[in-house]
Ligand binder design. Structure first.
Ligand SMILES: [Zn+2]
Length: 443
């Protein structure tokens, strides 16, 4: 891989000091950030065959999407204005289960393409319960960094006593997938144990998942929890205890578990999240669209729980632009607590970068622009109407910018997107595939 110098009018680092450098540059060697400094210094001390101009650009860490369902992207716009359980049972689960391997590949490719286009470099992604390999291959193909794996479920959520699949067979399948994909592609791909949610996972399956986790290093559990009040009531009926307690009782909580949503918790459940060092992904657009509630992110943060930000899937968002989540996350906390000081720009941007990486136990390698980290970085165009004037680049990316302002996405030192072009796959043939699927669905 050739050395690359990337220049920037402004460089947002997300380091511990939240440093922002003006007229700066970084040197990338073999996918690693090996030097950071002023543009002058870097160009004097190093020479690289490839220099990316930073004129009218902000350079910032790639965004970390801690909760996504790339495979649902073909269902965008098919499940609007529904409550969580109807949304899931009437549209999303039937839609996912009708997908062929080819549909899964197309849907995930579209999802990852949109994430890359809008500045996301890492996704924590939950696929469907079949043809997961096709979705993982989409991640590999696009170049995105991902914790990713099959959606695990063995019971029908609308009738939890009715079995769908055998828990032992599911565990056997995922062990095979772990062997094939965990820690592959220069450690860019890590397998994840995606237990859908407790209404679709029997206690036997949950125990099998926990047992599997203990057999491997750095294998996270990713699940939904305490998203809507109706769902929490159903879990109480089925598991005879509340959501977070039920997850704790099967041994599924800990620093290698990330739960999505975490809205309806009682005091003891917050304490359990903290004591077990379980990670939370906050997904504000999804929570608003499904009318699930407003997560008390302030409370999680005050307790010291590590919180990342996610888009959730296209049917409940309906886009995968992390810039919108950043903006909405800060607005929601301000209005929930009637406190304009909550989740200020610097803090919410950390949530989408370094804290997201911490939530995924990936912060030693990614999440900030610092010497020794992998080069997962994005350039934001500021030669735009919404970027004049800029007094503070962090304020700009949090409150004014959108994913459409991203003009270059680099992952692991490789430019995967630049100036309307994807470098790893054909966007034209992806569009053709999507329209073929739409035709099929319409008939
Ligand atoms: Zn989700």
């Amino acid at each position: 891989m050739k050395d690359i110098i990337i220049e920037a009018d402004y460089l947002i680092t997300s380091n511990t000091l939240n440093s922002v450098l003006k007229d700066a540059a970084i040197l990338v060697v073999d996918g690693e950030i090996t030097a950071i400094g002023s543009k002058k210094e870097i160009n004097k001390d190093y020479s690289a065959p490839h220099i990316i101009s930073g004129e009218n650009k902000i350079l910032m860490p790639g965004l970390v999407n801690t909760h996504s369902h790339s495979v649902q992207t073909l269902l965008r716009g098919k499940a609007d204005d529904l409550a969580l359980l109807d949304w899931l049972e009437k549209v999303v689960i039937p839609g996912e289960s009708n997908f062929t391997a080819d549909d899964v590949h197309t849907s995930s490719l579209l999802g990852f393409a949109e994430m890359i286009r809008t500045g996301t470099t890492t996704a924590n992604d939950m696929l469907s319960s079949s043809n997961a390999e096709s979705g993982i291959n989409s991640a590999i193909e696009t170049g995105i960094r991902a914790r990713i794996g099959q959606m695990l479920m063995d019971v029908n959520p609308s009738s939890p006593t009715e079995g769908l699949e055998n828990a032992d067979e599911i565990i056997e399948t995922i062990n095979q997938q772990i062997t094939n994909f965990h820690y592959t592609h220069n450690k860019r791909i890590k397998y994840t144990l995606n237990a859908r949610f407790l209404l679709s996972c029997s206690p036997e399956l949950m125990k099998g998942i926990v047992k599997t986790q203990h057999r491997y290093d750095d294998l996270m559990i990713h699940t939904h929890a305490s998203e809507s009040q109706a769902e929490c009531r159903e879990v109480e009926k089925y598991y005879k205890t509340s959501y977070i307690r039920a997850l704790r009782d099967v041994g599924a909580l800990g620093s290698e578990t990330i739960v999505a949503h975490g809205i309806w918790l009682d005091e003891e459940e917050y304490a359990i999240m903290k004591e077990t060092d379980t990670r939370l992904t906050h997904n504000p657009s999804s929570n608003c669209k499904l009318a699930s509630g407003i997560c008390d992110v302030k409370k999680h943060l005050d307790l010291g729980i590590i919180v990342g930000l996610g888009t959730d899937g296209a049917p409940c968002n309906n886009n995968l632009d992390m810039f919108r989540e950043i903006r909405l996350a800060t607005f929601l906390q301000k209005v929930k607590h009637l406190d304009e000081k909550l989740l200020p720009a610097k803090q919410v941007l950390r949530m989408a970068t370094i804290d997201g990486a911490r939530a995924l136990n990936w912060d030693k390698e990614i999440g900030s622009i610092e010497k020794g980290k992998r080069a997962d970085v994005v350039q934001v165009d500021i030669d735009t109407i919404n970027a004049i004037p800029i007094y503070d680049p962090i304020s700009h990316v949090v409150y004014s910018a959108s994913g459409k302002d991203v003009c270059m996405t680099m992952i692991d030192g490789k430019i995967v997107y630049q100036d309307n072009n994807f470098n790893t796959f054909s966007f034209e043939s992806l569009k053709n595939k999507v329209s073929q699927y739409k035709e099929k669905w319409s008939h």
